[in-house]
Design a protein around this ligand. Structure first.
Ligand code: GLU
Length: 496
């Protein structure tokens, strides 16, 4: 890329609700771009629309970005040389530049009340137009003085050139062009002294020395307006790229807040691995497009790998469907491939949340035998929670008795298993297998029936990871103790 300015990009969310997965993807493209070009990734909070502000959403943004590992170089919590990074703390700056535009005849004060504006809009509609008829442009000093004396609070409106075209060259889509006559004299500073999005965004991008803007497609129509603002100020506009929307799984329309997987919290709370989510998002609207030695497309890669080859001009202009099935598959792949120590770190909180005290050594040993069964990290509780229970007491004999077998056979199985396991020279999978497997036939049971009471006695459940591996990890002492308890229970049944 031929670029003279140092690369500085920003993600500029408004704290208006749950962090959307599309926002995470936009942030990620910015991060990839910054890392690719050795630049800086900045987080700026655009919170000047007080009416849309939602308590708690700022924390949600920070938490969401941290969870996916998109660390920012400058931002509200880490600071930086261009701060503050929260717009509500920069209001004076916007007021100062609104005044500059007024002083240079590039903006004007307008005094209409909301009712008057509604009427103007209605009247314009009769001529096929909408919005504001620019009447504030023509006020005399006397008019203004009169309004001020009435106590009216003005807004500051941008004097959009009445003729000509404005063209912005989008790095993804090529030229975006608009006829200036189609643009309204939009409000830059509201009557309460707060800036609108347009003014704050342009002033900040300029003073934060942003070199490239990568943002969501929904902002396209504002690009020419911003270009006119940069021109009015005499500032250079950053280069700009609009990234496509994420479509619903059905492909019909934009993914909305209510769609499954639309909020990053869905993944944080749902037992997903952040690396898998990021890996997936890289292929939404862009593609890694790298191949292995056999010519197969590489599916599993890190954001650091992606950053090495990220090319914003390869972002697609059209929307891409959100594919939760693919993401779930990737999540499973990460679970299957991850180093046991690292995976244990991810799994542990879910067990703790379910109330288990986790022995990490046991958890690490368990990983090879449970990981195939985990679709999400959360599944560990179902699959292996029993491993962390202090005691397992089976008080329902039905749990122990296999299908199509009797209570008597069940008691025999438990006794044989207990005695053979107690006598094994070594308590290993291989030794257990050799000792126990031939016993089923002797009792007229199949292997499934024979192992079922042992599994239920030791794990307290009818489904478990592979039995002998599980017993080996649980250890001989605990296994025998649980078998004894089950035997005692079955004996009381015999007496009855
Ligand atoms: N605050 C805008 C948003 O919520 C940012 C738009 C931009 O990046 O310019 O998405």
């Amino acid at each position: 890329m031929t670029e003279s300015r140092p690369v500085r990009v920003r993600f500029a969310p408004s704290p208006t609700g749950d962090m959307h997965i599309g926002g995470v993807r936009t942030a990620m493209f910015n991060w990839l771009f910054a890392r690719r070009h050795g630049g800086k990734f900045i987080l700026r909070i655009e919170d000047t629309d007080q009416e849309r502000f939602k308590e708690g959403s700022l924390d949600g943004i920070l938490e969401g970005l941290k969870w996916v590992g998109l660390e920012w170089d400058e931002g509200p919590d880490v600071g930086g040389p261009y701060g503050p990074y929260i717009q509500s703390q920069r209001v004076e700056l916007y007021q100062q530049w609104a005044q500059w535009l007024l002083d240079h005849d590039k903006a004007y004060k307008a005094y209409e009340t909301p009712d008057e504006l509604e009427l103007i809009d209605k009247t314009l509609q009769r001529t096929g137009k909408r919005g504001y008829d620019r009447r504030g442009r023509h006020l005399s000093d006397a008019d203004r003085a009169r309004y001020e004396a009435e106590g009216r609070k003005p807004v500051v409106r941008f004097k959009i050139p009445l003729e000509g075209d404005t063209v912005v060259n989008d790095l993804v889509r090529g030229p975006i062009s608009v006829k200036n006559e189609q643009l309204a004299d939009l409000v830059l500073l509201k009557s309460d002294g707060f800036p609108t999005y347009h003014l704050a965004n342009v002033v900040d991008d300029h003073f934060m020395e942003i070199s490239h803007i990568l943002r969501a497609e929904e902002w396209i129509s504002t690009a020419p307006i911003h270009k006119l603002l940069y021109d009015a100020f005499g500032w250079e506009m950053p280069q700009i790229a609009h990234v496509p929307v994420i479509l619903k799984q059905s492909g019909k329309g934009k993914m909305s807040k209510r769609d499954e997987g639309a909020a990053i919290s869905y993944f944080i709370n749902g037992g997903y691995i952040p690396e898998a989510v990021v890996n997936y998002l890289c292929n939404v609207g862009w593609s890694y497009n790298q191949f292995d030695a056999e010519g197969k497309e590489i599916q599993i890669f890190s954001k650091e790998d992606a950053a090495k080859v990220f090319d914003v001009t390869r972002v697609t202009p059209t929307g891409t469907k959100f594919d939760l099935v693919k993401l779930n598959w990737l999540n499973g792949e990460y679970i299957r491939r991850m180093e046991p120590i690292k995976l244990a770190k991810y799994l542990r909180p879910y067990l703790q949340e379910a109330g288990y005290e986790v022995n990490v050594d046991v958890l690490i040993k368990l990983i090879p035998i449970v990981r195939e069964r985990l679709k999400t990290l959360k599944d560990i509780v179902q699959v292996a929670g029993f491993m962390f229970k202090e005691t397992i007491t089976v008080d329902n004999p039905e749990l122990l008795i296999p299908k199509k077998a009797t209570a008597e056979q069940t008691l025999q199985v438990l006794q044989i298993a207990h005695d053979l396991l107690a006598g094994l020279p070594e308590f290993t999978v291989h030794a257990m297998e050799e000792a126990l497997r031939p016993q089923a036939e002797k009792l007229g049971l199949n292997a499934g029936q024979f192992f079922s009471p042992i599994r239920a006695a030791v794990t307290g459940q009818t489904v478990s990871p592979p039995l002998f591996e599980t017993l080996e990890i649980i250890g001989r002492e605990v296994t025998l103790e649980r078998l004894k308890n089950a035997i005692a229970l079955m004996e009381t049944q015999q007496v009855k």
